[in-house]
Design a protein. Structure first.
Ligand code: 13P
Length: 299
């Protein structure tokens, strides 16, 4: 065990901390984490852990979700610059203006949003429960923010009228249908597994569309020996660990999220040493955002 890893283990005990890592984190960060998962699983873990301190190895909205669900805990984000351009594509004023134009619509916000946007929404969703969340609502019209590709994926599986926001994940957006077809020609036996943040034509051409957690489950259970993966490259680590006998190829070399790559072991050690940067959602915003997240967790 390296000195740095030993220091992190020691600090974790002293601070009564847990390290939660998203599936897109660097391999070494995933290896040191107490729990690795998709957005929904990270939220659930943060809501129930007994630890006093949560190090969220991910991006800001994930740390905010942990703070909203577990306000008594100290939430550390190892790099305060780790943001999400998709979450930044909508702010609360713009959402309020759009809501006023669709007064009969329910607002469903993707978890990739700021806390105040969650507070202005009826319910939150992640990529693993978006269809079920939309189906659970009595309204026929749904204002779905901010990912238009996830909105389009949801629209395929519900009878509801989905009004999408015009945001997209810059990393998933890079994957083109042409790339998918070329990759398929190079690996004709491989199943194509993609994230619903991919463009609609890419999602339609795939064999399976799901959250990072769902992709991991699908790959474990499938009888196929080869897979083309259409989501951020960090997931390859778990895919390979879980399935040493199977082969995984990235659908596009562009599938790298620069924000997810900002977290390192050095920054995790430093944040546990200094107990900062802390992410704390103020109570007025938190209590409103909590309703949207809690409603999601109940679906
Ligand atoms: P998952 O919920 O599938 O892990 O997605 C997280 C994410 O932020 C994708 O951009």
């Amino acid at each position: 065990m390296s000195e740095l890893v030993q220091e992190i283990e020691k600090l974790k005990k002293e601070r009564q901390a847990v390290i939660l890592a998203h599936n897109y984190q660097q391999d070494a960060v995933q290896d040191i984490a107490d729990f690795v998962g998709d957005s929904l699983a990270l939220s659930r873990y943060a809501a129930t852990t007994r630890a006093k301190v949560v190090v969220l190895a991910g991006v800001r909205f994930m740390a905010e979700s942990a703070s909203i669900l577990a306000p008594e805990k100290i939430i550390l984000l190892p790099d305060s610059q780790a943001g999400c351009p998709l979450a930044d594509s909508i702010d609360v004023e713009a959402l309020r203006e759009t809501k006023a134009r669709y007064p009969d619509a329910a607002v469903v916000c993707y978890v990739n949003t700021a806390a105040d946007v969650k507070g202005e929404s009826d319910i939150c969703c992640t990529s693993s429960n978006a269809v079920a969340v939309v189906q659970s609502l009595p309204q026929r019209r749904i204002l779905f923010v901010p990912d238009r590709n996830l909105a389009s994926f949801v629209a395929r599986f519900t009878e509801k009228e989905i009004i999408p926001w015009d945001g997209a994940c810059l990393t998933h957006y890079r994957v083109t249908l042409d790339e998918l077809e070329r990759a398929r020609a190079a690996h004709p036996e491989a199943e194509v597994l993609v994230h619903p943040e991919c463009r609609p034509e890419v999602a339609r051409a795939a064999d399976f569309v799901g959250s990072t957690g769902a992709i991991l489950k699908y790959a474990r259970e499938s009888r196929s020996k080869e897979f083309l993966i259409g989501t951020e490259m960090g997931i390859l680590h778990r895919l390979q660990l879980d399935n040493p006998e199977k082969k995984f190829y990235l659908l596009s070399p562009g599938l790298v999220c620069p924000n997810m790559k900002l977290t390192s072991l050095e920054k995790i050690a430093r944040c546990l040493r200094e107990m900062q940067p802390v992410v704390h959602v103020p109570e007025t915003t938190r209590s409103r955002a909590y309703r949207a997240l809690e409603r999601m967790l109940a679906v």
